[in-house]
Write a protein that binds this ligand. Sequence first.
Ligand code: TTP
Ligand code: MG
Length: 405
Amino acid sequence: MTKHPNKIILHIDMDAFYAAIEVRDNPELKGKPLVIGALPGQRGVVSTCSYEARKFGIRSAMNIKEAYQRAPHAIYMKPRMEYYAQVSHELRKIWTSYTDQVEFIAFDEAYIDLTSKDMTFDTAIDIAREIKNRVRREQGLTASVGIGYNKSAAKTASEENKPDGLFVIPNRQAWLNLVVDRPVSCIYGCGRKSAERLNQMGIFTVRDLLDRKDSLLAGAGKHLSQIIQIADGRDDRELVPYHESQAKSIGTERTFQEDTKDLVFLQSLLRLYASELAHKLREDDIYARTISLKLTFQDMSQITRSITVDPTRDSQVLYKQGVDLLNKVNLRLPVRLIGLSVSNFTEEFYQQMTLGDLIPEKQEQGQRRQDLENTLTELEKKFGLGTFRTAAELEAEKNVRDKKF
Ligand code: TTP
Ligand code: MG
């Protein structure tokens, strides 16, 4: 049981985020089917699309070829990631102006914990309305807000009346009434694979799952137990506010015996660090949003550079971001130490979302890597860390083998 079995949590999720920003900036797009992602004829997927485009069955992560077949007359645009990140930054200022108990999940999504002894659901509804109004007035965008007695109730509530929605799930009974006849995949954490596994056991709806709760819990691992608890309306996950998640970090670094400017060597180390950090994240079952590079130069001067992306534990993303940060540094002096760390953690899995990875052609690739990482996690659980190496990691090991630390 938690300290606060009944909290008051807001979940905010912007509507058709990238598409809505483009419509705001280009009013002639208003009311049109708009697809943001790869362009027709290119390889890649849909990042998102306007609600008008959704009428044709177009969805995020759909192959762009299929989207084009469904709506050849739609307008297709490439995403402008840096710009959306700036808008996200402005939105975050609004969201954090009520409390510092805010957990950022993605560019367009956050939880706000309003629990306090004086807070009521009615007051929370007033705050939700005010946030929606400010988002509209100050940013010209619409948000959907869910209010719940725990995190998953809030998240489910925000999806209930999209777009521009506001919905409240104030207690466990309301939660159970709402979800009991829905497919198990509506439960947070129950992805495609978990749903398939449950379906094979004859469990299709939340009701089926809860009917067999006791026998399932007896043999369940951490993941299935969490799904069952959440389905049963007992989600005890606390928010991880930004300032706390920032304070904690996982990192790795090495000081060399001989200072160096050898880029291949430095990049190879980043490759190995990235793999180690990704493993640790998988082990703790968390995702990181901030990646930081640290360098100490020959004269002992030190710099750190960070970037915040959408939650990831993909070693390839950590590596790429680390290298990008390194490439931006002027290596005026030889380096004596290089370190890579990750912070700003979340437990939430956010599909395919990393800034470096958001170019739509790369999203397909991203999904394949995600599958690879999942397979690696399974194998590591069985055989232990370091048993498996990708070809790139082997190459990196070779590049650093003869150096002394
Ligand atoms: P979502 O909140 O999932 O989608 P959305 O805001 O576009 O639409 P909705 O009204 O249903 O909330 O994701 C936020 C942004 O993240 C989205 O605008 C584009 C990006 N994104 C991807 O690039 N790929 C994906 O697979 C998903 C799901 C989102
Ligand atoms: Mg959204």
